[in-house]
Ligand binder design. Structure first.
Ligand SMILES: C[C@H](O)[C@@H](O)CC(=O)C(=O)O
Ligand SMILES: [Mg+2]
Length: 448
């Protein structure tokens, strides 16, 4: 009897919890002046100001969901407008209504017939979708009192798979197959990380050496170097880093889409003596066959191709995998359509036996993607070979639950949610009021 009552109360609590109705969505343009010190600089983004379109979902129960997407500087204004355009599809819905048919809700956002023309599922509108859905996932995880990775790990495989939109990928992965790939066994340990913080393109050699020395002391063994602007500089910088980290540590290089295909092959061949594990984004992120040609040419040198931080959607990832055009999948928590679409890519990568090494850094990307890679390890890949998650040592102090790195490993987050919440003081201090002022002016214009 007591047991029955407990089950009843539990169910009722669950139902009540899930009834949170979303009554408001606010989005803020939050920017950080990272370009002043050349943090984040690469061959194509020479003065990046790390920024976020930051979403807050208020519910009638008082519980709040936080989400974001990462972008750079002025571009944030446009993403903010796109989020505002999606708000009408979210406000007024109950959490239960959304998560009981998450696939349907994902489609509602990505297939709205007036907005779909902007994508579909790519560019600004997809970044906006990610920001909104990230907030919904955060709200769900908070409702359950679990960190997002645990919410995913505890879900029945059937429910998990029901969050994925399989449209356009059933030729390589069906719902039934996906079900078979999800393991229900749990393990907990820190997830290996690599650092990009030592070798941004705009850092002078002395700074590079100092940061490398510090990182080695803190236990880092895997390092990424920005390349692609000037070959002589790249040779010098890679030589410095290789000498400092020694022959056994791992080095990766990242060109941020700087080259054409033939140029990529010849340039990277000249850096082969430094034994990079991968060349990241050698050419246009949309050129799947170009990546395949680069992969083929560099394979004899032992250099793989990594890409994904600007891969538009699961369909592109599908083709990269089908064409053997990448050897490392770099999922991104804010470029793809949130957890829903990232789940699809994790499962496809598993099917093709290609390791996932997420893109992180920016603002908030480390906080978010750590949940996805933990889930991948526990429930999908159960493998750490050639796997690591990027880490960049900037802007974590602005989050209420920043990542915890120990001995170059991500430690599993414990707080409920998706780790998206920023400090209120940060949002106030770094909010870019341009859009709001503009709106104000146009309202005035209309009323006069
Ligand atoms: C503009 C960003 O800093 C970009 O360079 C990040 C990146 O490519 C990476 O972290 O990898
Ligand atoms: Mg990169």
């Amino acid at each position: 009897m007591i047991k029955l009552l407990t089950v009843f109360c539990h169910r009722k609590n669950f139902r009540d919890k899930m009834l949170h109705k979303i009554i408001n969505l606010t989005v803020r343009d939050v920017r950080f002046p990272t370009s002043l010190d050349q943090h984040g600089s690469d061959a194509m983004h020479t003065d990046p100001d790390y920024s976020a379109a930051y979403v807050v979902l208020d519910t009638d129960s008082g519980l709040t969901g936080f989400g974001l997407t990462f972008t750079l500087g002025k571009g944030t204004e446009i993403v903010v407008c796109a989020v505002e355009a999606l708000a009408r599809l979210v406000v007024g819905k109950c959490l239960q209504e959304i998560v009981s048919d998450f696939r349907g809700f994902y489609r509602l956002l990505t297939s709205d017939s007036q907005m779909r023309w902007l994508g579909p599922e790519k560019g600004v509108i997809h970044l906006a979708t990610a920001a909104v859905l990230n907030a919904v996932w955060d709200l769900w995880a908070r409702t359950e009192g679990k960190p997002l990775w645990k919410l995913l790990v505890d879900m029945e495989p059937k429910q998990l798979v029901s969050c994925i939109d399989f449209r356009y990928i059933t030729d390589v992965l069906t719902e039934e197959e996906a079900l078979g790939q999800i393991k229900d066994q749990m393990q907990k340990e820190g997830y290996p990380a690599y650092t990009t913080s030592c070798a941004w393109l705009g850092y002078p050699d002395e700074q590079l050496k100092q940061l490398c020395t510090d990182a080695l002391k803190s236990g880092w063994t895997r390092f990424k170097v920005k390349v692609g602007a000037d070959l002589e500089d790249d040779v010098r910088r890679c030589r410095i880093i290789r000498q400092m980290i020694g022959p056994d540590n791992t080095l990766m290089i990242d060109a941020n889409q700087r080259w054409d295909v033939a140029e990529a092959i010849s340039w990277v061949s000249k850096l082969a003596e430094f034994r990079p594990l991968w060349i990241e984004e050698p050419t246009s992120p949309d050129d799947i066959l170009g990546h395949a040609a680069i992969s083929k040419a560099l394979a004899p040198l032992g250099i793989g191709v990594a890409t994904g931080e600007q891969c538009q959607n699961r369909v592109m990832f599908k083709q990269f995998l089908q064409a053997s055009a990448l050897q490392f999948v770099q999922i991104d928590s804010c470029r793809l359509g949130s957890v829903n679409e990232n789940l699809a890519v994790l499962l496809m990568a598993h099917k093709f036996n290609v390791p996932v090494c997420p893109h992180a850094g920016g603002v908030g990307l480390c906080e978010l993607v750590q949940h996805l890679i933990l889930f991948d390890y526990i429930c999908v890949s159960a493998d750490l070979r050639n796997r690591m998650c990027e880490y960049v040592d900037h802007l974590h102090e602005h989050f209420t639950c920043p990542v915890v790195i120990q001995d170059a490993h991500y430690m599993p987050p414990k707080d409920p949610g998706y780790s998206c919440e920023m400090l209120e003081s940060t949002v106030i201090q770094h909010r870019n009021p341009i859009i709001e002022n503009l709106k104000h002016e146009s309202y005035e214009h209309v009323t006069h």
